[in-house]
Every structure is written in structure tokens, then in C-alpha cells.
Write a protein of this length. Structure first.
Lengths: 213, 259
């Protein structure tokens, strides 16, 4: 079972629906006991870094997450959940979780697309991911696949944690982490077949880890 | 580089898919969930549902449609039509939509845009604008006027001014629907689309008038739209979404291929 962490940040149900469709058991929860029993965590999020961190700290979920990760439980961060795994976000000037070293950057209005026109902000729509290193989340996914993005800030982790990058006005990190602690700036639950494949790959990894323990 | 989006729009009345011409004479043409799934499989990048039901009972049916869509279709979709409060928005988002489209309500009570953006984030709020070409005047310097109620009521608001105002209020996206072009299949209103796309920094969706695949290419090149909304061109089986995207790709437009 996967635990979808509930910290009142945006649309958690769309991740749950995608997992239901894949017949992957999942629960939306903030309960420590349920989280402890899960095989893996999904840390989604839509909204602003400031209020998300306030909710996490108030509920103590930040500590629960940190402990689970330290104990080796796999986690997948999505969108805002991808950004706030880092140390700091300029959005609301927010110190964030610090589970992966790095900060967030922001798209600036001076950036232009490849056709020379100024970029729209937010970065909203379908874009590709160029893998910088092998990552089992992407097993069986065609390299030309596109994923759905909606964001104005982007993760900028320390280079060794960059897994994949995307180009929008500039190159930015769209997938980061390390084995068992991954994060995607795009929404796999809204990225059609390649996104569903990525969620399946994550669950397969979680089950392997759980069985090995 | 971001792909240009192709977005089928489904008008839904009492849970059934319907299509009219210039907002009049709607006929029911099928099940919206099945149709949406077919478009999803075919490579649609996003789907819009527009609820043209007025009754309270019809609203409940629409939320059920949204829930069914959300459990089967794993691309973003938005819902519009008759949404006038933050509570309405919450109902639609909880039922599984990513975005809410507000139109008449935004014109009547513009704070719905900022309230919605504050509650759910700008990325959730699409503002639909129904626009009619009029003679230029002091009140309407661009020659494009905002209308509501399917074009039946003139608001005396300049469309270009309104687009900038809506952006300032926190909308995440603009859908520009030309009443002159709607349902005609003569092509999008490119002058209007480009005028607005060049004046705001949020993505603009061209809407109304698509009759050929070339029209869609025009919308995202000459019209500078980020996305093209389509309806009749796919609802009657003339083209599939895959046909349209293949044509756009051949014309050098970057579109998402389904792998």
C-alpha cells in the first residue's frame, strides 16, 4: 500500500484516482500509523510553498516524513512536493524540508522560447524530460514522451541529484533525487500513459524494497 | 520547447454531449465520458467540459460526469459553465477537475477570479471570454467587445482591456472565444487571438471556428495561441484528434505525440 500524504495541499484525489486505475492500493492519510505500515510514500502538492510548509510543520508530518525516509522508505514527490524537498524556496521566502540539498529557482519574464517569443509564466503544458542519468522510474518509457507541467518555480538541487532536465526558456531540473527518494516537477498522474507507467515503476520499486526488508 | 495543445471542448447538457452553432440550436450527440475517453486515447492534450445546464438537478448530474471522467482520463481537464462562487469551484475540483473556467460570472463579479486564484492557485483559474467584433468607439477602442449569455448581452467592455485586467486579477489562462467565428468552421478569429496573446503573459487558448486542420496551425502560429480549442471538427468524426495533430506536426508545429 502507498500512503499519499495529506497536508491539505491541493488535489490529492487525482493521484489516488490514477493509482486506483492501476490497481495500486493507496490511502490518502496524515496518520503516523498508516504511514508506517505503507510500502512507500507519495508527496504531492499544488499551491504555495509557504502555506504548504506551515501545514506540514503544524501537523508534524515533516518529522514523520524525515524519519520514514531515514529508515529507507521510498518516496516520490510531485510538483510542489518536488520543490519543497529542497532546502529553500524563494516562493514566500520559505525554508523548506532539506531532504535533498538545493534551492528553488523561478522563471523570469526576460526568458524566451526557441522561436524567440517571450515565455508564458507559468510553464503550463506538455514538455519532454532529458535524462542525465539512468533512473528506474523511467523504465519502459519512450525518451520522446511528454509530461504535463504547471509551475512558476522549479527545483535547482545540487548537480549530483539532477536526474532529468527540461527546456523552457532555459534548462531546468525536472526530475531529481537518488535511489528511493525521487521527485518530479511534472504531474505523472496527469501525463497520460507515460505518467501512469512512471507511477507503476515507483510502486514496483516500493514492493521490492518492502520484500527485501 | 512547450508543445502546442489541442483541446477538445465538450458542451454538456443534463449529462449529455451537445453541440450548437453560434450558441443556438443545440442537439444531443452522445455520452461525454465515452467521447472524452476516445479523445484521450487519441492524443488530446487536455479536455474542456462546458456545462450548459441551468437547473440545480443538472448540476448534480454534471458533478457525477466530472467524477467519471476523472477516474478514466489521465490528462488535465477543466470544467466551466455557471460557476459563480468559490464553493462551486471547490465542488468541481473535488470531483476531479484540474481547472475551472469562469466566464459570465467573472464579468459580473471580477473578484471571483482573485478569490479563486487565492483559494486554489492561478493555475486552476481559466477565464473564458466571449467576444464580438463591433465598430471601434471610445468605450471599445480595440473593436472587440465582451458579451455574455452566449452573446446575447453586450457588456460595453473592451476585450483587450478585459484580458489585461483578468491577468492582473490572477487568472492562469485565457480562453478567447469569438462569437463571430463560433461553429462557422471558417477558422479562428486570428486578429483577436493575436492581439490578446501579444498583450498578456499568461497562455491564451484560441476558441471558435475550427473547420480544418490548417485553421489550428494558424491559431498557434499567426494567432500566437498556446492551444487550440476544437469541437465540431472532431465531434462528427470528420477528423480524429490524431489526424489533426499529425497534420500540425507536418506543418512544423511542435505537438505531443502519444507513445
Amino acid at each position: 500500500m502507498l500512503a499519499i500524504l495529506d497536508y491539505e495541499a491541493g488535489n490529492l484525489t487525482s493521484v489516488k484516482r490514477a493509482l486506483d486505475h492501476l490497481s495500486i492500493p493507496a490511502t490518502i492519510t496524515a496518520e503516523k500509523g498508516v504511514i508506517a505500515r505503507s510500502q512507500g510514500l507519495i508527496f504531492p502538492g499544488v499551491g504555495a510553498a509557504g502555506s504548504a510548509m506551515a501545514n506540514l510543520r503544524r501537523s508534524g508530518l515533516d518529522m514523520v516524513m524525515a524519519a520514514e525516509i531515514a529508515a529507507g522508505k521510498p518516496m516520490l514527490g510531485i510538483c510542489l512536493g518536488c520543490q519543497i524537498l529542497l532546502d529553500y524556496s524563494p516562493e514566500n521566502d520559505t525554508p523548506t524540508l532539506g531532504l535533498i540539498p538545493g534551492q528553488c529557482g523561478v522563471f523570469t519574464p526576460d526568458l524566451t522560447e526557441e522561436d524567440g517569443l517571450p515565455i508564458n509564466i507559468p510553464h503550463m503544458g506538455w514538455n519532454t524530460v532529458k535524462l542525465k542519468k539512468e533512473c528506474r522510474l523511467f523504465a519502459g518509457i519512450a525518451p520522446e514522451s511528454e509530461f504535463y507541467f504547471v509551475h512558476s518555480f522549479f527545483p535547482a538541487p545540487d548537480p549530483e541529484f539532477v536526474i532529468g532536465t527540461t527546456r523552457y526558456g532555459r534548462e531546468f531540473c525536472s526530475v531529481h533525487g537518488r535511489d528511493g527518494l525521487w521527485a518530479t516537477q511534472f504531474h505523472p498522474e496527469k501525463s497520460g500513459r507515460p505518467g501512469l507507467q512512471l507511477l507503476s515503476n515507483f510502486f514496483a520499486y516500493c514492493r521490492e524494497v518492502a520484500h527485501a526488508q | 520547447m512547450l508543445s502546442k495543445r489541442v483541446i477538445p471542448c465538450l458542451d454538456v447538457r443534463n449529462g449529455k454531449l451537445t453541440k450548437g452553432v453560434k450558441f443556438l440550436g443545440n442537439v444531443d450527440i452522445g455520452d461525454p465520458v465515452e467521447t472524452a475517453r476516445c479523445y484521450y486515447e487519441d492524443g488530446a492534450d487536455e479536455i474542456v467540459f462546458y456545462d450548459i445546464t441551468a437547473s440545480h438537478e443538472g448540476r448534480g448530474i454534471m458533478l457525477k460526469v466530472v467524477e467519471r471522467v476523472a477516474s478514466q482520463i489521465f490528462i488535465p481537464f477543466s470544467v466551466g459553465g455557471g460557476i459563480s462562487t468559490v464553493a462551486d469551484m471547490r465542488d468541481v475540483l473535488l470531483a476531479g477537475a484540474e481547472k475551472i473556467s469562469v466566464n459570465s460570472a467573472a464579468v459580473k463579479t471580477p473578484h471571483i477570479i482573485s478569490d479563486g486564484a487565492a483559494a486554489f492557485g492561478s493555475q486552476c483559474i481559466v477565464v473564458g471570454m466571449d467576444v464580438l467584433r463591433v465598430p471601434t468607439s471610445e468605450a471599445i477602442p480595440s473593436g472587440y467587445e465582451i458579451v455574455i449569455h452566449g452573446g446575447r448581452r453586450h457588456m460595453g467592455i473592451d476585450a483587450l482591456w478585459w484580458a489585461r485586467e483578468v491577468e492582473r486579477l490572477g487568472a492562469g489562462e485565457l480562453c478567447i472565444n469569438s462569437i463571430d467565428a463560433d461553429g462557422t468552421k471558417d477558422g479562428y478569429e486570428l486578429t483577436l487571438t493575436r492581439l490578446i496573446a501579444d498583450s498578456v503573459r499568461i497562455p491564451v487558448i484560441a476558441s471558435g471556428g475550427a473547420g480544418t486542420p490548417q485553421h489550428m496551425v494558424d491559431a498557434v502560429t499567426a494567432g500566437r495561441a498556446s492551444a487550440a480549442l476544437i469541437a465540431s471538427i472532431v465531434h462528427y468524426g470528420e477528423y480524429t484528434v490524431a489526424d489533426l495533430k499529425a497534420f500540425m506536426a507536418r506543418q512544423g508545429v511542435k505537438v505531443r505525440q502519444v507513445w
